[in-house]
Ligand binder design. Structure first.
Ligand code: HEM
Length: 533
């Protein structure tokens, strides 16, 4: 059966249509009435034995689950992905990326990061772009954003960062991202945020439509070919409609008039047959070139400039079906960076390593226990056999006496034979060193790519960035924090720092004697040549 039909069949078996037939309790008992509770006498108290009222109210009381700790607001859709041809097989054993005859079903969820579930779509924020591929070799999740870099280099800072980004704890204000002292205090004290803050203050943070948004895996991942050889990879999604933004004034008005602007646009486009499409592309870096860049490939605050390593097209994704039920599918979908398949592996990027712990951990709470892979939107199409048993919300009826490995009674011993790439095998990277809680010196250049970004902007884009900094910093109460951010901007570009300072009532900074770029960056021409396939 084709993979897409298999996923449809799975989803179909879970679908329940609303029908106007007899009303029943959850136990299937027909009830006569659901407008009045059972009382002692005409005006008496409600009786404890009224199981119908109790069940109905109890179920309602438990309808909400915790929202995601970040990326709480989102919109999702189903679709499919197909590679153009097989060129990537030289680098990866992942069939869904290399077999042009395989169309792999996907579910994609787009999101804002900072706002709560009910917040507006068009705020200045990063957008999540998470894709679940239901491949024959198991589920692969590419959990990316619409910007190619991140705020911090090590996941241990993520709780601090998110506490600074979210509304302030004493009054839950402000709900929109950015314009508050805690975020800018964090930024001023953590210069590694500067490159991402340039992206965040740019028009990229105001996408016109999810259909017109790029996506990035952000981290350097690793492809592994059938012979076990590794190649570093960055993943890119390019929208066929092009990348388009709103302008700041529009976003604020739309947030008031139609807070559902982006999710409505996605829904309506799919309903009317205007299916959005993206091209998946990769940047490849041979392992031998790991240290040929002026930055560390494991540092998620850095891009690999496309002039040095071009993006090469791999395949096409189309989103062509809206979910049937927002809660069941878009809310309960569980993405996880550690959901990988043979042919794709991690690197030692410390941000990625923390993410590989965090997603499963949070989903155990958010989705109520260890069995959320049984939820239809999360179920792989690849067969699942193991001895994991019991737990809250167990939906499967495992038969037989044995649920341990190894056993001589039969039934609980799924085969563990076979070789890579039929079975997953962790990439055999050599690891050595003493335990140390300290950031590598190779992560210490905080500014040169922020400068590269600024220099690549048109005059209009620069005007928008300056206006955004002025708007956001102009709302910061503590003048010292405004000045500290301007000081950071002075490391990025002196002119930028002066322009921002002028608009927010802080003195213009002196030109830096020696630009503080820390680790030196080579000219682009010195960077490694692209890999050829
Ligand atoms: C959720 C992307 C860094 C923890 C998400 C989602 C995306 C995303 C797209 C929403 C998934 C969905 O739609 O359901 C990223 C990217 C990162 C990053 C691109 C950096 C490159 C981190 C880090 C941590 C983290 C460093 C923690 C150490 C979480 C958690 C959720 C989440 C806990 C909620 C997941 C859930 O409840 O299902 N992230 N994230 N993220 N992220 Fe990240």
């Amino acid at each position: 059966m084709a993979l897409r039909d298999e996923k449809d069949r799975q989803l179909d078996s879970a679908r329940v249509d609303s029908v106007d037939t007899h009303l029943t309790s959850q136990q299937g008992v027909r009830v006569d009435h659901t407008d009045d509770s059972l009382t002692a006498g005409d005006r008496g108290p409600t009786l404890l034995e009224d199981f119908h009222t109790r069940e109905k109210i109890t179920h309602f009381d438990h309808e909400r689950i915790p929202e995601r700790v970040v990326h709480a607001r989102g919109a999702g859709a189903y679709g499919h992905f197909q590679p153009y041809d097989g060129w990537l097989a030289e680098f990866t054993a992942a069939q869904f990326l290399t077999d042009p005859d395989i169309s792999t079903p996907v579910f994609v969820r787009f999101s804002t990061v900072a706002g709560s579930r009910g917040s507006a779509d068009t705020v200045r924020d990063v957008r999540g772009f998470a894709t679940k591929f239901y491949t024959r070799q198991g589920n692969y999740d590419l959990v990316g954003n619409n910007m190619p870099v991140f705020f911090i280099q090590d996941g241990i800072k993520f709780p601090d960062f998110v506490h600074a980004v979210k509304p302030e704890p004493h009054n839950d204000i402000p709900q929109a991202q950015s314009a508050h002292d805690t975020l800018w205090d964090f930024v001023a004290l953590q210069p590694e945020t500067m490159h991402m803050m340039m992206w965040l203050m740019s028009d990229r943070a105001l996408p016109r439509s999810y259909r017109m948004m790029q996506g990035f895996g952000v981290h350097t991942f690793r492809l592994v070919n059938a012979h076990g050889a590794g190649t570093f990879v960055k993943f890119h999604w390019k929208p066929v409609l092009g990348t388009h933004s709103l302008v700041w004034d529009e976003t604020q008005k739309i947030a008031g008039k139609d807070p559902d602007f982006n999710r409505r646009d996605l829904w309506e486009a799919i309903e009317t047959g205007n299916f959005p499409e993206w091209e998946l592309g990769v940047q490849l870096v041979p392992e031998a070139d790991e240290h040929r860049f002026g930055f560390d490939l494991l540092d998620a605050t850095k891009i690999i400039p496309e002039e040095a390593v071009p993006v090469r097209p791999v395949g096409r994704m189309v989103l062509d079906r809206n979910p049937d039920n927002f809660f069941a599918e878009t809310e309960q979908v569980a993405f996880h960076t550690a959901n990988i398949v043979p042919g794709i592996d991690f690197t030692n990027d410390p941000l990625l390593q923390a993410r590989n712990f965090s997603y499963l951990d949070t989903q155990l709470l958010r989705l109520g226990g260890p069995n959320f892979a049984h939820i239809p939107v999360n179920r792989p199409v690849a067969p699942v056999h193991n001895n994991q048993r019991d737990g809250f919300q167990q939906h499967q009826i495992h038969r037989g006496r044995t649920s341990y490995f190894k056993n001589s009674l039969g039934g609980g011993c799924p085969a563990v034979s076979g070789d890579f790439p039929e079975v997953f095998a962790h990439y055999q990277e050599k690891v050595e060193g003493t335990k140390i809680r300290r950031r590598s010196m190779s992560f210490k250049d905080f500014y040169s790519q922020a400068t590269l970004f600024w220099n690549s902007m048109s005059e209009t884009e620069k005007d928008h960035i300056v206006a955004a900094f002025r708007f956001e910093l102009g709302k910061v109460d503590h003048i010292e924090i405004r000045a500290a951010v301007v000081d950071q901007l002075n490391h990025v570009d002196h002119e930028l720092a002066i322009l921002v300072a002028k608009g927010i009532g802080v003195p213009a900074p002196e030109q830096e004697a020696i630009p503080n770029h820390g680790h030196s960056s080579p000219a682009l021409s010195q960077l490694t040549a692209p890999v050829t396939g």
